[in-house]
Design a protein around this ligand. Structure first.
Ligand SMILES: [Zn+2]
Length: 291
């Protein structure tokens, strides 16, 4: 596992760091050239593992010289780590469309008595989603909806999961949205609905709390959303996984703001099924289990 930092600085700041950068063999990964006539600055980005000496050196220098930078971290796993993980988070690599009607989908597809009654976060879905049409999958068999990140899968993937006897997955129809008239299932696609929730994660999970949530959510105090996990793993105590199925939901809503969702924690069997059948469109991020 590696945590990679992507650091963005303006080309002016880059000049201030140039001696260190050139002597340390750091190569920028992307350069946007600015348009001086429009008053825009160029942007330089580079990526370094956070345990790399050059990263530590550069961070120190940026602090000393007061250089503003935009830093994003991401976590990377070796194929072998994913292969060996007992449980992983399942992410979709692509997204398509959003639930309909776009200004009222919660009313149509969620249990409004669930979640926090003050800030309205943490709602649970209780009816199928409606879409404006059939998602474009390309060569993928799984995709996600914008805003809510729930998984939509092809019939092929549904059949594979069913035939393998994996537990914890339900296949809900996805309906074609019509303002009036019948809302019929869109053929050939399903929502991969996961009902079962795991117990809360171990307190060892290093969530980052988001500080710029909308005021009404921030001040609510229910703390349902606001957890971000850009570059750390979920940690579970072994006992919390005692009743885990192949597909599970986290108890927590994770993701940094409105649009936080309960992540899907899936077993190694899910990973192997996807791999064996060369299913595209999914990413697996191992979790940590405390024995
Ligand atoms: Zn609340």
């Amino acid at each position: 596992m590696k945590i990679i930092a992507q650091i963005g600085i303006t080309d002016q700041e880059w000049e201030k760091l140039r001696p260190t950068i050139e002597s340390s063999n750091i190569f920028p990964t992307k350069i946007f050239s600015g348009t001086p006539s429009h008053g825009t600055l160029g942007l330089v980005q580079f990526r370094l593992p956070v345990d790399d000496e050059r990263y530590i050196l550069l961070k120190k220098e940026m602090v000393e010289k007061g250089i503003r930078n935009n830093e994003k971290k991401e976590i990377r796993f070796d194929p072998q780590e994913i292969e060996e993980a007992e449980y992983s988070i399942l992410f979709q690599k692509s997204m398509w469309g959003y639930p309909q009607p776009e200004d009222d989908y919660q009313n149509e597809s969620y249990d409004l008595s669930s979640g926090c009654q003050r800030c309205r976060q943490g709602l649970k879905q209780n009816k199928p989603f409606m879409l404006s049409g059939k998602p474009k999958f390309g060569r993928n068999d799984i995709t996600a909806l914008f805003w809510i990140y729930e998984s939509i899968i092809t019939e092929k993937l549904k059949d594979l999961i069913e035939n393998e006897g994996l537990t914890g997955a339900e296949f809900w129809p996805v309906l074609r949205y019509r303002k009036t008239g019948q809302r019929l299932p869109i053929p050939g696609i399903y929502q991969l609905y996961v009902r079962g929730e795991l117990p809360p994660v171990s307190p060892k999970t290093q969530f980052e709390w988001v500080s710029d949530l909308p005021k009404e959510i921030q001040s609510c105090g229910c703390n349902i959303i606001g957890r971000n996990l850009p570059a750390a793993q979920l940690v579970y105590d072994r006992v919390s996984l005692r009743d885990a199925k192949d597909f599970n939901r986290t108890f927590e809503f994770i993701g940094g703001g409105p649009g936080s969702q309960q992540w899907k924690v899936v077993s190694n069997r899910v990973y192997r099924l996807f791999k064996k059948n060369a299913i595209r469109g999914a990413d697996f991020r191992p979790i940590v289990i405390n024995d």
